[in-house]
Design a binder for this molecule. Structure first.
Ligand SMILES: Nc1ncnc2c1ncn2[C@@H]1O[C@H](COP(=O)(O)OP(=O)(O)OP(=O)(O)O)[C@@H](O)[C@H]1O
Length: 373
């Protein structure tokens, strides 16, 4: 039971026997709520119990106690059963974790605090640390000087939140679906790791494909890509109508190909363009890609044609409706989900608590007190 200041309960006696079942249920909820609170801190998802539990499971995994198994959804079944297990685990960890393990846990917490600061939410196993600065591209990932120079020339002083998290995910060869508001720098978030991974120009077929929902966006992305790649000899091509018409595309090669789904599908069907060596596939503005007309039916053949087993796929979008997320999950493996801001603000902003008011009059008092709090 919630212990409110005494004036609320003055003169109200609560019949614990009569409400024994409710009291027991509430106590149980309270316990699990406390547990969720404890563990949700790591991912900054304080009010979403499901995420808190995922985070909790992750934390258990991180501590990786020998012989401890996490029984999937059984974890949710009884908070009473859960509590002793957590205590045991804490004891074991306190018994003597190695320095490396301690350091790792500290790093995980630092990352969580950093993500919270930038409103970055992640899910997926072992999510790489976010970028603090663009200089880390060089110290952590060996970024070449031409790219750092180009970033500086563009006046990009520090990464935007989506860039902070999506870039290290993609540089760690993890598939990724990312959602961040319009104008938040998503283009750089996929171009930068792509250029870094491709390293230098090569005539080894088509190495990366970016799909955009409209020609205008494809043109804009090509322009951005060329600007960022300045100083390197990458072949960056926009799939134009003329290119589809004229060229024998079966031997066509370039480092990065940017296209709308329809044009690329035509190139696959009519000109036998070979996408089997594509190492990076980006679906940009995925909400629009999957929504506009029948684009989906053009995307499917492209995804299939990119048959390289070690391909890294990513999806960037300003919104992430459930159907987009489902589609993303259906084509990706072990993907990391990165969301900047909130996907479901309403549900996460609602905090619930149970207050025994005693009588009708008590309800009014309780309500008044809640507002005052
Ligand atoms: N790190 C950065 N610092 C400053 N400006 C940036 C940075 N990254 C990108 N920008 C600029 O922000 C603007 C918006 O970027 P961009 O078009 O990539 O956003 P977006 O998220 O892809 O938007 P949309 O959803 O409309 O496609 C561009 O002018 C870009 O040059």
């Amino acid at each position: 039971m919630e212990k409110g200041p005494s004036f609320l309960f003055a003169g109200v006696s609560f019949d614990k026997k009569k409400f024994a079942t409710d009291l027991a249920r509430f106590k149980e909820n309270k316990e699990s709520e406390n547990l969720a609170d404890d563990f949700s801190f790591v991912e900054g998802e304080k009010t979403d119990p499901e995420k808190a539990m995922v985070s909790f499971v992750k934390k258990r995994k991180r501590k990786s106690i020998a012989g401890e198994t996490v029984e999937g959804f059984n974890v949710f079944k009884s908070s009473k059963q859960l509590a002793p297990a957590v205590d045991k685990e804490k004891e074991k960890v306190e018994d003597g974790p190695s320095k490396a393990k301690k350091e790792l846990n500290k790093q995980i917490e630092r990352d969580a605090v950093f993500r919270k600061k930038y409103n970055i939410h992640v899910s997926g196993a072992n999510v790489p640390s976010p970028l603090r600065t663009f200089a880390e591209l060089s110290s952590r990932f060996g970024c070449e000087s031409y790219l750092l120079r180009n970033l500086a020339e563009h006046g990009y002083k520090e990464p935007t939140p989506i860039q902070r998290q999506a870039i290290p995910v993609l540089l760690s060869d993890r598939e990724c679906f990312a959602c961040a508001p319009t104008g938040s720098g998503k283009t750089l978030a996929f171009l930068c790791p792509m250029l870094m991974k491709l390293r230098c120009a090569s005539k080894d077929g088509i190495r990366a494909v970016i799909l955009c929902p409209t020609r205008e966006l494809a043109t804009q992305t090509t322009r951005e890509c060329k600007k960022l790649a300045k100083g390197n000899k990458f072949q960056i091509k926009l799939m134009k109508k003329e290119l589809v018409r004229s060229t024998d595309l079966s031997k066509f090669s370039c480092d990065i190909l940017i296209s709308t789904p329809l044009r690329l599908r035509l190139a696959i069907r009519r000109k036998k363009i070979d996408l089997s060596r594509v190492e990076y596939l980006v679906l940009d503005e995925a909400d629009k890609l999957f929504e506009v007309g029948n684009l989906l039916k053009h995307i499917d053949p492209v995804v299939k044609a990119c048959s390289n087993p070690s391909i890294v796929r990513s999806l960037f979008s300003a919104t992430l409706p459930d159907f987009v997320e489902e589609l993303a999950r259906s084509i990706m493996h072990d993907a990391v989900r990165v969301i900047v801001g909130r996907k479901n603000t309403a549900s996460e902003s609602i905090k619930q608590k149970l207050v025994f008011a005693g009588s009708e009059e008590g309800k009014l008092l309780a309500l008044r007190q809640s507002f005052a709090e």
